[in-house]
Design a protein around this ligand. Structure first.
Ligand code: GLC
Length: 453
């Protein structure tokens, strides 16, 4: 079957009416940046449905403006009567079937009523998705769509600067590895392993055997392609720490050890800040001077993450100010942000093309091949993903690297022809890895095909 037909089928399979789940079994909920990527592909098939995908995300928005990385689906095990009972009380219906029961986020004072969500966010890709959907709409329809989403979107970006800006330098400091979307990326696992997680941390560290027993994701996918249990336990540590402080920014700043100015998240923030300004102008809604000043601050200060010797950007510990010099695809993401100095962009492109580093035949690996952390098959430690290829291709196209952009889109399409609709792929051979029938792979396949015409 050709790539386009497979892609359309996967999106239909994972469609849950007003949102799309990344995968029916392993990821049965709605994820923030997944929905943004899904909408970017879906707009070519049905712009209205793509708009619904984004609007539905905001049903999980917290009272303080945060858009959570996961809006949970309701547990099927309760049956209709059980669910009705929860609905009647206004309490969120319990969920099930996510690995390690990581769906149990509690203690957030700002959690929305009646909806079960996580307590953290994900790379803020929503503005980009909204604008790309808008391009596919007639003028009146676009205005109506923007009018619906602009308020919640502005509140989301304002929240970022209120609750994820502990150093006051406008660089987004993520508090959980999942906020990057790259769960087990090496700089995070390395940094988290150095922190003191207290007694709970020690207990969790020794509970790997139990974690292994409870994991369900590895029943679907070979264990060596997933995050290790040790890395999952680190994520749980962070989750418990956040819950213990009720997700309160001030308490976290004082008592919680993990605030990482992730270069990938900041790159996405910069680009989406730019797009948000365009959307707000079109919707006729002014942004506050305060928000505009923060946005300018992020653009300016991302340059502090540049390392001249290596010619790469790195993430930084917001507490100690230490750059974590572990090269990954995040180091190249300022290409997606746009607007970086030309000579810095040129050095990033050199790394991108170098066959010993990122220049592999089947897409950009998430860790360069010459890194000791590189693993051809493992999740965010070497495999290639269609969404990160899309981000890099988008950045190349906007920074005048048209030939490099076209080559990356071409190699992504070749990889899709080999590996199908898998979650991620070997950048060496194109072999499909992780789960099959994965939504953003399908959606971005459609976008690559459309933008290649
Ligand atoms: C994993 C990925 C994350 C994605 C989620 C749902 O946690 O690391 O980026 O959003 O799965 O697909």
């Amino acid at each position: 079957m050709d790539v386009e037909r497979q892609a359309v089928e996967v999106l239909a399979l994972n469609d849950r009416g007003d949102h799309t789940v990344p995968h029916g079994k392993n990821y049965p909920h709605q994820w923030e940046w997944d929905s943004a990527f899904v909408a970017i592909g879906l707009r070519h098939l049905n712009a209205d449905r793509a708009a619904t995908e984004v609007v539905s995300l905001f049903r999980g928005q917290w009272a303080n403006g945060m858009v959570p990385n996961i809006v949970m689906s309701e547990g099927h095990f309760l049956g209709r009567a059980g669910k009705a009972l929860f609905h009647a009380t206004g309490r969120p219906v319990p969920t099930h079937d996510y690995p390690l029961h990581l769906t149990r986020w509690r203690n957030g004072h700002n959690m929305p009523k009646g909806v079960n969500t996580s307590g953290i966010t994900q790379p803020p890709m929503i503005a980009e998705a909204i604008q790309l959907i808008g391009e596919k709409m007639a003028y009146d329809e676009r205005r109506a769509f923007y009018a619906t989403v602009i308020g919640p979107l502005i509140r989301y970006h304002e929240w970022i600067y209120r609750d994820r800006n502990p150093a006051g330098d406008d660089l987004f400091a993520a508090v959980h590895p999942w906020e990057t979307g790259m769960d087990n990326t090496p700089p995070w696992t390395e940094h988290m392993a150095t922190l003191d997680w207290g007694l709970r941390g020690k207990i969790l560290e020794r509970s790997g055997w139990l974690g292994n027993l409870l994991r369900r994701d590895t029943k679907q996918v070979a264990g060596d392609e997933r995050a290790s249990t040790e890395h999952m336990m680190l994520a749980m540590n962070a989750q418990f720490g956040l819950m213990a402080h009720h997700f309160d920014a001030k308490a976290l700043q004082e008592h919680y050890p993990l605030h990482l100015q992730d270069v990938h998240v900041n790159s996405i923030l910069i680009r989406n800040n730019d797009v948000l300004q365009q959307l707000a102008a079109e919707a006729g809604v002014p942004l506050s001077d305060e928000l505009l000043a923060h946005m300018a601050g992020t653009r300016e200060n991302i340059e502090q993450l540049w390392d001249e010797e290596d010619g790469l950007y790195y993430s930084r510990d917001a507490i100690s100010g230490r750059l974590i010099k572990s090269p990954t695809i995040a180091s190249l993401m300022p290409l997606y942000a746009g607007g970086i100095r030309l000579e810095r962009a040129a050095r990033l492109v050199e790394h991108l093309k170098n066959p010993d580093e990122f220049g592999l035949p089947h897409g950009v690996p998430t860790v360069p091949q010459n890194s000791p952390d590189y693993n051809e098959l493992e999740y965010w430690r070497g495999a290639t993903w269609m969404n990160t290829n899309w981000l890099i291709a988008s950045g190349l196209g906007r920074s005048g690297y048209r030939a490099e952009r076209d080559a990356l889109v071409e190699s992504s399409l070749e990889t899709l022809a080999i590996g199908g609709m898998h979650e991620y792929f070997s950048a060496k051979t194109g072999k499909g890895l992780g789960v099959d029938k994965f939504s953003w792979t399908a959606a971005l396949a459609i976008d690559f095909l459309e933008s290649n015409d």
